[in-house]
Design a protein around this ligand. Structure first.
Ligand SMILES: [Zn+2]
Length: 323
């Protein structure tokens, strides 16, 4: 009984669905002999799981998909045990978007108001600007292990999430980058296919020319065309968007990605303990119970009077060296 089983009680994958058959993955690649790095990620199941757990409307579903995809791409930049928290805090009706992703390929996310009845504005590309907001902040916190963190922020420029993260990478982390993340919706409003790509110049190189070329292909609609063509694997996305325009794509490695939330009853108990003894005593008197809901996955943890009393006593115990 791993925690995967707890945090992923999804309906069984439908083998007839091409996205389920392919599975989500992250693919790292280089262009032979060029100073650029390339990452593609497919996130259909990850985004569907998030949308289902949050009962997300169409705009929120696309926002979750773009955010989860961007978060997973951001988590590939450095070493293996990194965790990235991406927040896009706009002034639109969706409220803030928060994404947690790890270099190991797990991700979770929520938006503050997932039920907002707002379609993503249609056009060549579904626009999220009205839902996310055009004013606000993009912030990224990288936990690189051993208590070491790195954070940066920029202002929202377009409200489309991927464009804002691309701008963050250039302005805050000084990495010349081209990024595209998006999802298509099936007629029933569920996610049909979600994916993203990131092309970056290696530091200190003249790879910027190639990144500009990649950005041109994205602007010309090659990424949306690839998405509209239906589910394909990560290498297929790269091939469809870039072709051989930047040079020959060499795949370095591919690994699966999945929705995962590491929350647990023990952590929910810890969050209750933080309320302090007085608050807990009042809770026991008033209701004799408490319920903690995880923002990221909507899992509920219930605590009855006896459980609350145990937490209260732990909290009341004077701090000191463990006996
Ligand atoms: Zn959770």
């Amino acid at each position: 009984m791993g925690r995967t089983e707890h945090s992923n009680p999804a309906e069984p994958a439908d083998p007839a669905d091409p996205a389920d058959r392919l599975g989500d993955e992250i693919v790292r690649a280089v262009i032979d002999g060029r100073p650029v790095r390339i990452v593609a990620v497919t996130t259909t199941a990850v985004a569907r799981e998030a949308a289902r757990r949050h009962q997300a409307g169409p705009a929120a579903s696309i926002a979750l998909a773009r955010g989860l995809t961007a978060g997973l791409l951001l988590a590939t930049l450095t070493k293996d045990d990194e965790r990235v928290t991406l927040q896009v805090l706009g002034d639109g009706p969706l409220g803030g978007l928060t994404v947690d992703a790890t270099a190991a390929g797990t991700a979770r996310a929520y938006v503050k108001h997932p039920g907002v009845a707002l379609a993503a504005a249609s056009g060549a590309r579904a626009s999220l600007a009205a839902a996310v907001g055009r004013t606000g902040l993009v912030s990224v916190l990288r936990d690189v292990g051993l208590g070491e963190t790195f954070s940066g922020r920029t202002s929202i420029a377009s409200g489309e999430i991927d464009e804002d993260v691309e701008r963050y990478l250039e302005a805050s982390e000084q990495i010349v980058s081209a990024m595209a993340c998006d999802a298509t919706l099936a007629p029933d409003g569920t996610i049909a296919f979600a994916a993203g790509i990131l092309i970056q110049a290696l530091p200190g190189s003249d790879g910027a020319v190639r990144v500009a070329a990649a950005r041109g292909l994205i602007a010309d609609g090659e990424f949306l065309k690839a998405l509209g063509g239906g589910p394909r694997d990560g290498a297929g996305v790269l091939g469809a968007v870039l072709g051989d325009q930047l040079g020959e794509i060499k795949i370095l490695d591919r690994r699966p990605v999945r929705f995962d939330c590491p929350c647990s009853r023990a952590r929910a108990g810890t969050s209750l303990a933080l309320l302090g003894e007085t608050e807990l005593a009042a809770m026991i008197l008033d209701d004799g119970r408490a319920e903690v809901t995880c923002n990221f996955c909507r899992a509920h943890y219930e605590f009855d009077e006896a459980a609350l009393e145990i937490i209260r006593r732990e909290t009341a115990r004077p701090a000191g060296p463990p006996s």
